[in-house]
Write a new protein. Structure first.
Length: 80
């Protein structure tokens, strides 16, 4: 399938944003030196890191769903 340049750029930005959220989550959750307190004995930064990682994975899934939607034959067609 031959994709237009705008679609490739759109997919690239979606994947870059997803990878940025995942890497931010890894940094905040596992490498950051600051302390925001604990919640049930677990550092809050770990919860924030896991949240960022999950959101990054969700954005990867949305980019994949967008790509799959482009390959359908009915993309952009509306029934009257």
């Amino acid at each position: 399938m031959n994709l237009p340049v705008a679609t490739i750029i759109n997919l690239a930005f979606r994947l870059i944003a997803a990878l940025a959220y995942i890497s931010l989550g890894v940094y905040v959750g596992f490498m950051a030196e600051y302390f925001l307190g604990t919640w049930f004995g677990v550092p809050i930064t770990l919860y924030l890191g896991i949240l960022f990682i999950l959101y990054g994975l969700f954005r990867c899934w949305r980019a994949y769903a967008y790509y799959q939607e482009l390959s359908e034959d009915e993309y952009g067609k509306y029934d009257a």
